[in-house]
Design a protein around this ligand. Structure first.
Ligand code: TXA
Ligand code: MG
Length: 349
């Protein structure tokens, strides 16, 4: 029998203000669902997460089922503060202590040795656990009121585009989950920076909102980067969710060398094309008369681009297009996280 659609509870809460009785009632309902082993979509400052009680293996199994996520891909555990993170860790490396003090709450996940209390299903059987203390007030209140750490991957079907609104969650996971807390759009728009603190120097496993330079400034020393070798295992094994195709819309996506030329070619072949326009505004204007083209001008600054990226991909995915063409972002350090996500969104081959 099909499950009903999840309840969507809207949260109207101005940052800095005390939560109203209505906000507390909504968050407490979500906390009760979590304590009973259910699945709740929760806004964070990066993307919406699909949360379950991290200490309950059956609840966590529900996440893998709902997302159709391969069980070899471990989950990030969300905590209210550093002491709660330490209780999930068998050891707390100096780099983790430094980064937690400097950056939490914030968009950074720290990989540390796992404590026995963390069920194996959370870490895909591995010896480490990723922990993150999110900055979003709704996520923080939910963790506090539930009184448990929350395992939460992005709230989308496995390999799809992460959700930055409650509507994206509903479209992707619909009747597969129990409840959605809707607090509007996510501020950062792409997933957290994942840093392996079990190696020296620490290694960025997934670029994210906190840039490499900011991680190095916080640590007062260098960090390793995904492409660099030197680890004892291949990077893909060390962060299994970093397989090449990931974050992909249903519509095939390309990052061609000559986007304007490629768009013109596709239109001439009778294809319907979406185009994320960054560097080719003039060319896009020239082709904009075509009814078969949906051109989306993107922000020229990386934080703003990241904030809008997934919403733009979700919107284009709803338009029954044959292809999405994306202008390549600049090859500069500040664009590393956006470039990473776009390269993983591309069609294989
Ligand atoms: O911003 C975020 O990180 C969002 C919000 C909800 O917090 N979460 C998120 O989770 O993006 P997910 O599951 O979509 O991505 C988690 C990434 C995957 O690439 C996974 O392989 C990696 O973190 N990861 C998790 N635990 C790990 C571990 N113990 N060692 C190495 N990589 C790990
Ligand atoms: Mg994900």
């Amino acid at each position: 029998m099909a499950r009903p659609l999840p309840d969507i509870l809207r949260i109207d809460w101005t940052t800095g203000a005390e939560p109203s009785a209505a906000v507390l009632a909504a968050v407490d309902r979500a906390a009760a669902v979590l304590r009973e082993g259910g699945l709740v979509a929760v806004p964070t400052e990066t993307v919406y997460g699909l949360a379950a009680n991290a200490l309950d293996p059956d609840a966590v199994a529900g996440i893998f089922r709902a997302k159709k996520r391969p069980t070899g891909n471990p989950l990030i555990v969300h905590v209210a503060d550093e002491p709660q993170a330490r209780r999930l860790a068998a050891a707390w490396p100096p780099a983790a202590a430094t980064l937690a003090a400097a950056i939490w709450p914030g968009p950074v996940s720290l990989v540390v040795p796992k404590a026995a209390a963390v069920p194996d299903i959370v870490t895909a059987g591995g010896p480490t656990v990723a922990v993150r203390c999110p900055a979003h007030p709704v996520a923080r209140l939910l963790i506090e009121r539930a009184g448990i750490p929350l395992a939460a991957p992005s709230a989308n079907r496995s390999e799809g585009v992460s959700p930055t609104t409650a509507q994206h969650v509903l479209t992707s996971l619909g009747n597969r989950i129990d409840l959605i807390l809707d607090a509007g759009s996510c501020d950062r728009g792409i997933e957290s920076t994942v840093i392996d603190c079990t190696v020296t120097p620490p290694r960025i496993l997934r670029p994210g909102p906190l840039a490499r330079s900011a991680v190095e400034a916080a640590l007062g020393g260098p960090v390793a980067w995904p492409e660099q070798g030197g680890g004892d295992r291949p990077v893909i094994e060390r962060s299994p969710g970093q397989g090449r195709r990931h974050y992909a819309p249903t519509t095939p996506l390309e990052l061609p060398n000559d986007p304007a030329g490629r768009v013109a070619e596709l239109l001439a072949a009778g294809k319907r094309v979406g185009w994320l326009v960054l560097t080719t505004l003039e060319a896009a204007r020239g082709l904009a008369a075509s009814r078969e083209l949906v051109a989306v001008p993107m922000p020229t600054e990386p934080e703003a681009y990241a904030r809008q990226l997934y919403a733009s991909l979700h919107a284009l995915d709803q338009r029954q297009l044959d292809r999405i063409i994306v202008d390549s972002p600049p090859a500069e350090a500040g664009w590393a996280a956006v470039r990473d996500r776009l390269e993983r969104s591309g069609s294989p081959g």
